[in-house]
Design a protein around this ligand. Structure first.
Ligand code: OGA
Ligand code: NI
Length: 372
């Protein structure tokens, strides 16, 4: 069936109408694919020139580090805490150079990871009438299905749909989740939160601070899940799954399936974050770059559009965003500053930071706005 929104448009009004028509379907990108679209509609293609602007890395062995957390609890006197120290060193090096690493033996059982991916698939592949009910652009709604949070502001839309679940500080009621992924979303969140606390300990230690420093700064106070579905795409070269951006949070724990397509920009080259069975991808967000005074890097990343196989990923974001505004000010951590390392950023609230990020849509670095 011919979809009304795929007709090419040239004027601003037509462009707006296409966006609105797409939004009004309440079925996201998958709805287009289900409708038999054979060409990528214009709203997903325009201004995607940046996609080719940085060549892929020729060094196929260049990889973000994979860190084994298996011996993390080993800080006993008889080993002199060597194992944990070694992990902290690896985390520090990864955060300084790549802002990205993968972890294995992280304590979340494989069945939980698999079921979280399956639950995400079940939701996105549910019949239209069930899914539509959850479609919303209301940012205060704790559980909602949406496609392209910046649909009306971005220069082009991403080939991606998402179920958003705001889990902390005030979780939704169980009945607010779609039945297809209710139990696993609640269960996975608990595991992800615990892992998040462990990661904040490692990051604190890697900054030379006491283990609970970042937790006490309330970096883990807010947490939400983005259960992404990147539908099969008829022309993957014409669009992108998720355009290049940095994450406007403290930390992201990402569960990706085996499909691939996630890339990070290292030394101006895109390198693949290759799926590793059982691993989780960890990345530093802008707020951690700010509080670490640039020691840890928030690195640009993107997701290519898939071909014939849909891609599933679940991103767990640590930030209170704009939903739960707190007055707490975040600036470079005093304990790590010195005469040689003076503060290079102004203080900000998380809410203000998120507003500034949204104004820039992650296209120009928000951190520059706060640079002294
Ligand atoms: C994100 C993100 C990557 C992915 O949600 O910010 O970068 O693989 N996701 O879906
Ligand atoms: Ni991201």
């Amino acid at each position: 069936m011919e979809n009304p929104i795929i007709q090419q448009s040239s004027t601003h009004d037509e462009w707006e109408r296409e966006l609105k028509a797409f939004d009004d379907t309440k079925l996201g990108v998958k709805g287009l694919v289900d409708n038999g679209v054979t060409k990528v509609p214009l709203i997903f293609t325009k201004f995607q020139a940046s996609k080719a602007s940085s060549p892929p890395s020729e060094d196929e062995f260049l990889q973000v580090p994979v860190i084994d957390l298996g011996l993390i609890g080993n800080s006993s006197k008889d080993t002199g805490g060597v194992a944990r120290k070694d992990i902290v060193t690896k985390v520090r090096q990864a955060c300084e150079k790549y802002g990205f690493f993968q972890i294995v033996n992280h304590g979340i059982p494989q069945e939980i990871l698999d079921e979280m991916k399956e639950g995400t698939r079940r939701f996105h592949e549910e019949p239209n009438d069930v899914k539509k009910v959850y479609y919303s652009r209301d940012r205060l709604k704790k559980v909602r299905f949406t496609s392209n949070y910046d649909l009306y502001q971005a220069k082009a839309a991403n080939w991606r749909d998402s179920l958003i679940s705001l889990m902390l500080p005030e979780p939704p009621k169980p009945e607010e989740f779609p039945e297809t992924c209710r139990d696993i979303t609640i269960c996975y969140s608990e595991y992800a939160y615990k892992l998040g606390l462990t990661l904040f300990e490692l990051l604190s230690e890697a900054l030379g601070l006491k283990p609970k420093h970042l937790e006490e700064m309330e970096c883990a106070q807010g947490m939400f899940l983005l259960s992404h579905y990147y539908p099969a795409c008829p022309e993957p070269d014409k669009t992108i799954g998720n355009k290049a951006h940095t994450d406007p949070n403290f930390l992201t724990i990402l569960l990706q399936d085996h499909t691939g397509g996630l890339q990070v920009l290292v030394e101006n080259r895109w390198i693949d974050v290759k799926p590793v069975e059982g691993a989780l991808v960890i990345n530093i967000g802008d707020l951690t770059q700010l509080i670490s005074n640039d020691k840890f890097k928030s690195i640009k990343h993107r997701v290519l559009a898939p071909g014939a196989t849909p891609r599933i990923s679940v991103a767990c974001f640590f930030t209170t965003n704009t939903m739960y505004p707190t007055n707490r000010l975040y600036g470079p951590i005093k304990e790590i500053l010195s005469e040689e390392n003076p503060a290079i950023y102004r203080e900000t609230t998380i809410k203000d930071f998120t507003i500034q990020f949204d104004l820039r849509l992650g296209m120009t670095p928000t951190l520059e706005y706060y640079r002294i």
